[in-house]
Design a protein around this ligand. Sequence first.
Ligand SMILES: Cc1ncc(COP(=O)(O)O)c(C=O)c1O
Length: 432
Amino acid sequence: MRTLPGAGPAGPRRYERGWSDRALRKRLERARRSDWDFTRGRIFGSLCTEPAPAGRAWIDPFRNANLGNPGLCPGSSLLQEELVEELLTLYHAPREGAGGWLVSGATEANVTALWTFRNLTGGREVVLPRSAHFSFVKALDLLGLEARWVRVDAAGRMDVRQARRAIGRRTAALVGLAGSTELGAVDPLEELSELALRTGVPLHVDAAIGGFFLPFLPEEERRRLPFDFSLPGVRSLASDPHKLGRAPIPSGVLLFRNLEETRAIEVPSPYLSDPRSRGLLGTRPSFAVASTFAALRSAGWEGLREQTRRLRGLVERLLEGGKRLGLEPVTDPRLNVVAFRHPDPRVLQAELLERGWDVSLVQEPRALRLVLMPHARRSTVEGLLRELARALARHPRGRGGEEGRINPEKPPDRGSARRSGRGSSGRRSAAG
Ligand SMILES: Cc1ncc(COP(=O)(O)O)c(C=O)c1O
């Protein structure tokens, strides 16, 4: 029997004999039941949500098609083209030269954008705000690039003056956020765009959160928060249909002002129908394109406008309710993320978790982070506020001391749901 070094004694050969459908169903239903469920509306710590029914319906019919070999799935390829075209229009890309493709999410989009600009410019450094998502840390590591981290202000927005000083001859790209992960802050992208144009450095905008929120704000507010190709310095943009677009996971999109620039990452793929490949992945699920197409097409931009209006109403209610409980918001939220300062937010998080509510944390300043996603309802926001009142009554100032310190290395125990990566031998899957 094969054993891995350091893995301990191998378990019984549980995979030797095939299981019956009944046994499979029993095992998988048990796993499914211990996963959290968005439909209960109690998840306020995640940027994912319950996918739109129209999107879910098209997963199965497209399950076998592989977009990595587009010649074999011309139908799915056309859907992708149409979707990309619509998104380019939504994000004010120029009529000529712009393009992009669907990816698995903003992580892949951010890695691919930096890969493109590294190869295109020969630069070795990336200028990015401290608030940038950890996917950039992965990208830098993979690509052998160095970070020039830029501080953010009290509202969580990148300091443009420091960014200007950080740009130099070795800069491969400048990164700005249309919605930071912790606070939903939108960087001063107009100024960053000017800076990018003046220095000739490509500006990549990570709009994983804002991409399906900002375009649907009332006209006047939308104009005050430009984030897309309407800013001439923006060369690429990541947006995530599987967040506020309510597409099933995995669905991200990566767009370029000038698609030709992605030649910088092109490699030969001679055995496939398209003899050149530009993305990170080989085999790619067509169902992601079909179900994203269905989710967005069934809602329409009018549906997303309505969703944005509803979520903003919930943000207002949460802010008002939190303030009544004596909580101070960290920022005046622009998007769907609300953060309340507390000396010991971890203890509040633990209390809420115990009672079946998922919330998350901001590291600096210490705060409780609450994300309003489409599965949130007025009734669940009221329920959360009631639970919060209870938790605050027990821990008005937190427990303080070591116990209260936020330790990102030690996330809260979410019970069996989060232990699902552990097998009985004690070995773990990489993400478990
Ligand atoms: C701003 C931002 N960028 C990138 C990502 C990564 O997205 P994904 O996990 O879909 O790859 C996230 C995830 O929450 C995010 O908040």
